[in-house]
Design a protein around this ligand. Structure first.
Ligand code: FDA
Length: 305
């Protein structure tokens, strides 16, 4: 049953018509459970509080499947606006973004120019911009873009997904770029041709790549809510004497706040991924797919409308 629901929510997350409808319909159906507001000003009140509680933050202006230049340009302007708000308000916040929100599906030239605009603005304030990893069909192009940008900018990072068979080879390959990497399990519906279908195999591969990247000496953001994985990282820290300056834990806004607090109390660096904006549909459907029990929050949200 869980698998069926998972596939159903992942199917919805890819639906462009529903994505557009939700955007024009507004911030509804329990969207606030996982999204910090419609505007950066709304989100920044929450970020300020998180910073005061000891958390660093990476902020994502929600957006995906953009298919025209005007919308891509608006997304770039919003990212730059967010960077300026972080600076003005003195927030401990970085930026995360999806390349499809700034033109990946339109042209390589557009997405590269847009990334350079954003990276230049972020560089002025010493901020890192992390490129989220989308579905497998865009993985190779995303990594090529990351590599090209990484040779020009120190403040760019990206994400690797443990469910992909290719991930170990990618970690090896990226080692030459002194990469800033966020390691995740992977959130999209992929075929058995390219990704492990079983959770156990994904978890095992996740442990393998965390150890691999830490031992390669690269900064590693371990982005998970899985306590067994977090315990594994703590074990690596002890066994291989990994300094705490070399890694951080990351979790999504609104998920496992108890665990986030526990890690802060134990003096680990924790960064919360804070999404905001009107394009909440695909993001929220992926959160439902990860834990179909979350659907209760959505139903409560609908009843409250
Ligand atoms: P797992 O799914 O095994 O969950 C472990 C436990 O965490 C669950 O038992 C539950 O308690 C809790 N949990 C997990 N998800 C939950 C949810 N939605 N609601 C409530 N509880 C939940 N993916 C991707 O493909 N590309 C990307 O760029 C990113 N970026 C990214 C950034 C950050 C900071 C994070 C934390 C995650 C991502 N992801 C991602 C998502 C990632 O791939 C993965 O889908 C989720 O993190 C869920 O997997 P876990 O590692 O938490 O483990």
């Amino acid at each position: 049953m869980d698998q069926l629901l998972r596939n159903f929510f992942l199917f919805l997350s890819n639906n462009r018509t529903l994505t557009k409808l939700a955007k024009s319909y507004g911030f509804k159906f329990g969207a606030g459970r996982f999204v910090a507001g419609e505007t950066i000003e709304q989100a920044s009140t929450k970020i300020k509080q998180m910073n005061e509680d000891g958390f660093a933050v990476t902020v994502d202006h929600l957006g995906e499947f953009i298919d025209n230049e005007a919308e891509a340009k608006a997304a770039v302007e919003e990212c730059i606006h967010a960077i300026n708000v972080f600076a003005e308000e003195g927030l401990d916040a970085e930026l995360s973004l999806k390349l499809t929100s700034i033109g990946l599906d339109i042209s390589q030239e557009l997405v590269m120019n847009n990334m350079r605009f954003i990276l230049n603005a972020a560089k002025k304030h010493g901020l890192i911009v992390t490129i989220d990893m989308e579905d497998f069909s865009r993985a190779e192009q995303t990594l090529q873009i990351f590599k090209e940008l990484r040779s020009e900018y120190k403040n760019v990072g990206t994400v690797l997904q443990a469910y992909l068979y290719r991930v170990e080879a990618d970690i090896e390959d990226l080692n030459a770029y002194d990469p800033y990497l966020r390691l995740v399990k992977g959130a999209y519906k992929e075929s058995e041709q390219v990704a492990f279908p079983n959770k156990q195999d994904v978890d095992e591969n996740y442990r393998r790549i965390i150890k691999q990247n830490l031992l390669q000496g690269n900064y590693t953001a371990i982005a998970t809510h899985d306590e067994a994985i977090i315990d594994f990282v703590k074990k690596c820290e002890k066994e291989f004497r990994i300094p705490r300056e070399q890694f951080e834990f990351q979790m999504l806004y609104g998920i496992r706040i108890d665990l986030q607090n526990e890690l802060i109390a134990a003096d680990y660096k924790v960064r919360v991924y804070v999404p905001y904006g009107k394009d909440w549909f695909g993001y929220n459907m992926r959160r439902l797919a990860e834990r179909p029990a979350n659907v209760m929050f959505v139903l409560r949200g609908i009843i409250k409308q």
